[in-house]
Write a protein that binds this ligand. Structure first.
Ligand SMILES: [Zn+2]
Length: 306
């Protein structure tokens, strides 16, 4: 298992907010102690503006440098644009690793990204690293905009709808290169994701307090839809806030359910040959390190005999 992590990502923010530095520092410390055999990779090469502009507007990139809060959840922090850019660089590197090495990679960074739209920072998110990584992966290593793009699917199991990823990738729906599948609490933040926007832009809204078996069935249906798309690469918006003990949601998943999600990715790798990379989104309980461990450990392991 390759863990991509840049310690700079803990150098902003506050322990008074749910999205806080300890989410990643505690997770990295736990995984390092529990898995000395895993490969932990440090800072990756910076991303260019051209890469960010695959998903975002020039106006948005300028706005990130202006010291005004974006909304109540999404404050301005000094150098937040650089922090967000590091999370993008790491996500792009994780996707490239999965494409070229065909083994799992996980970007363990903050801020998260899946709520950021082309022109708006919101919901703790400033730049949408998974959408950028998807758009980049579709064309990397090909003659840009001339060769047929790779097919890239996003499977988003964060408890919140990946509205930013949805809107950015849906704008490219005509290319046929992208599939978006999100399973999330509804009603819930940000209020979108109550219906499909098209055959390749799919949503599975889940009512608060839905029994975990029913939630897992929706996650499996979403992943089956991803597989039916026959992607060359799956990018996973891995949020761990559908956990029963998460302080900001009302879902019911347990640690073993996140292990099952990892096992499903191992199954796709070993039986369908589809590579995948994961990107940390939400997850605000004190158990976050254990949930990430359960997911990644199951994903790394070769398929268990039935
Ligand atoms: Zn979330």
């Amino acid at each position: 298992m390759l863990i991509l992590h840049d310690p700079h990502c803990a150098a902003y923010g506050s322990s008074l907010r749910p999205e806080q530095p300890a989410r990643v520092t505690r997770s990295v410390a736990h995984l390092g102690a529990a898995h000395p055999d895993w490969n932990f990779s440090g800072p990756t090469a910076p991303v260019t503006d051209d890469t960010l502009l695959l998903a975002h507007t020039p106006t948005h990139l300028q706005r990130l440098a202006q010291p005004r809060d974006f909304d109540d959840d999404t404050p301005y922090f000094p150098a937040i644009a650089e922090h967000a850019r590091r999370a993008v660089a790491t996500a792009v590197a994780a996707a490239q690793h999965a494409l070229t090495r065909r083994t799992p990679a996980f970007s363990l960074m903050r801020p998260p990204g899946h709520h950021a739209t082309a022109d708006t920072a919101m919901g703790f998110c400033y730049l949408n690293q998974i959408a950028i990584a998807a758009l980049h992966a579709a064309h990397s290593g090909t003659a840009f905009r001339s060769a047929a793009p790779r097919k890239v699917a996003v499977w988003d199991f964060d408890a919140h709808h990946g509205n930013g990823t949805e809107s950015i990738l849906h704008a490219h729906a005509a290319s046929g290169a992208f599939f978006f599948a999100s399973v999330h609490q509804a009603p819930g933040y940000p209020g979108t994701g109550t219906r499909d926007l098209g055959p390749r832009t799919r949503n599975w809204p889940i009512a608060p307090h839905t029994p975990r078996g029913k939630h897992m069935a929706a996650l499996r249906a979403a992943l089956d839809a991803v597989v039916a798309f026959a992607p060359d690469l799956i990018l996973v918006s891995a949020g761990f806030d559908a956990y029963a003990q998460d302080p900001i949601t009302a879902m019911t998943l347990e640690g073993e359910d996140f292990a099952t999600l990892g096992h499903w990715l191992a199954e796709l790798r070993d039986t369908h040959g589809i590579p995948a990379a994961g990107i940390l989104e939400g997850g605000y309980s004190a158990d976050l390190p254990l949930l990430i461990d359960a997911f990644l450990s199951a994903w790394e392991n070769p398929l268990r005999p039935a």
